[in-house]
Structure formats: C-alpha cells, structure tokens
Write a protein that binds this ligand. Structure first.
Ligand code: F6R
Length: 240
C-alpha cells in the first residue's frame, strides 16, 4: 500500500489522472473500473482536460462502473450513475459507449436475492480491470459494500444502510427519494483489479481511511480494510 498525501483535492485528482492517462497511453485497450460520487468529480474533469491537451484516444478503452441504483423513477434518470458518468466523463472523450458497462441498466428491475455475478464474468472476459478507481464511504464502504459485507462477495443486489442513504440524500430532493437498493460489485470483484487507486478527501473520511491504513487483517465492520494487502493499492488523500 502506498499512501500519497497532497495539499489539495485538486492536486490529488491531477495525480490520479496522470496515472490513468499513462495507462491509457501505454495500453490502448485498458479496462478501467470507475466510481461515481463527489470524490471523483475533479478526477474526471482533469481526465477531460488532459485528454484535450494531449489528444488522448479512448476508442479502445472499456469501463466497468462499480455500482448503480435500483428503482429510480423515470424522472430521476439524472440521479443514475449512468447519467453521472455520461455527463461527467464519457460525453467528453471518444470512448465507445457500448464499451461502458454498469451492473444494471437504469430501468431494469432487480430483486434483492437476484445474482448479478455475470458482471464479474464480463469483467474477466474483458481481461480484468487494469485500474480500479475507488472512493470511500464515511462508514468505510467501498462501492456499496456496506459494513458486514463478505470479503468473498461478487456483484450482487445490496441494501443501502441508513447512513449511506443519509449521505447520498444531498443529491436528491428528499431523503425518502434515495433508492434503498443498488447493484454493487463485491469486495472480491474489487480485489481482483490489477491496480487500485483510492481517493479520500475531507475530515468525514478520516476515520474510515485510518482503519484501512492501519489494518492488519480484514474487519467486516469496515469493508475498506479488505484492501489492506492488495499488491498494488495507491491511496491519494488531502488528509495529513
Ligand atoms: C460510488 C461508490 C461509493 C462512493 C462513496 C463516496 O460509485 O462506489 O462507494 O465512492 O460513497 O462517495 P462520495 O465520493 O460522494 O463521498
């Protein structure tokens, strides 16, 4: 595990973008694992700027997003993670949209006990994820792997905890509108990635980040600790 502490969120995002751009330049068929949320907004901005500046070709790149809400209403499409990725990144680079994958399409129905493990098969068939971008929840969740998640978990339907629903309500008109279910890559799916870049910004993330940095084993109460012995984890943070 490598921990890089920088002065600002922007400096951290620039650094993460440089790593991703380097990968894309050297591997035209790179497979990216992508996250949504406020943490990655500057990263995607930086990627767009560097793409324009260096004329970077995304045409051979494919992507797999970590998660997607289940049960958004038609008029809530702009809350979907597909919409987030299109508007914040995909619409601004020449990635082939048919190579951008989500564990569920926005209008599809899902049952809590339904398996989505074929998403992991799809990732495997694409050659595996070269770089996985991660944020972290205040409660230590990674993707939507909430406390109690198994280290062997694959992509599946998950229930969001009250604390995640509360944290994500800032993007919705009211807390009741936040979906209660999502399809999320599992901890094992994430650990399969060749390289992980985890970004963590602001005091709210300090406790979870410290649990990961100090972890000596996996603690299911803090799902982020599953990453402690990944062979290529880079943590980039503005926390000193
Ligand atoms: C989103 C995701 C989540 C977020 C986490 C932090 O795809 O996987 O785990 O990374 O909830 O969210 P923000 O960045 O909004 O603080």
């Amino acid at each position: 595990m490598k921990v890089i502490r920088m002065d600002s969120k922007l400096a951290c995002s620039e650094h993460a973008a440089d790593i991703i751009v380097h990968e894309i330049k050297h591997n035209h068929k790179a497979v990216l694992g992508l996250a949504t949320g406020s943490t990655v907004e500057d990263l995607y901005d930086c990627l767009i700027k560097k793409t324009q500046h260096d004329n970077i070709d995304w045409s051979g790149i494919s992507s797999f997003n970590l998660d997607e809400y289940v049960g958004l209403k038609e008029n809530e499409y702009d809350q979907s993670y597909r919409y987030f990725m299109d508007s914040k990144l995909f619409d601004h680079v020449n990635i082939n949209k048919s190579n951008t994958n989500f564990p569920i399409k926005v209008n599809d129905k899902a049952e809590a006990n339904q398996s989505f493990a074929n998403y992991d098969e799809l990732i495997k068939n694409a050659g595996g994820i070269d770089i996985q971008v991660l944020g972290i929840g205040n409660n230590g969740h990674i993707a939507f792997n909430e406390p109690g998640s198994s280290i062997d978990s694959l992509t599946r339907c998950v229930q969001l905890t009250p604390s995640t629903i509360k944290a994500n309500s800032r993007f919705f008109a009211k807390e009741e509108d936040v979906p209660k279910l999502a399809i999320s890559m599992g901890l094992k799916s994430i650990l399969n990635a060749k390289k992980l870049i985890l970004l963590a910004f602001g005091e709210n993330k300090r406790e979870a980040l410290n649990k990961l940095i100090n972890a000596k084993s996996f603690d299911p109460n803090w799902p982020c600790t599953c990453l402690y012995n990944h062979k290529d984890l880079i943590i980039i943070t503005d926390l000193k």
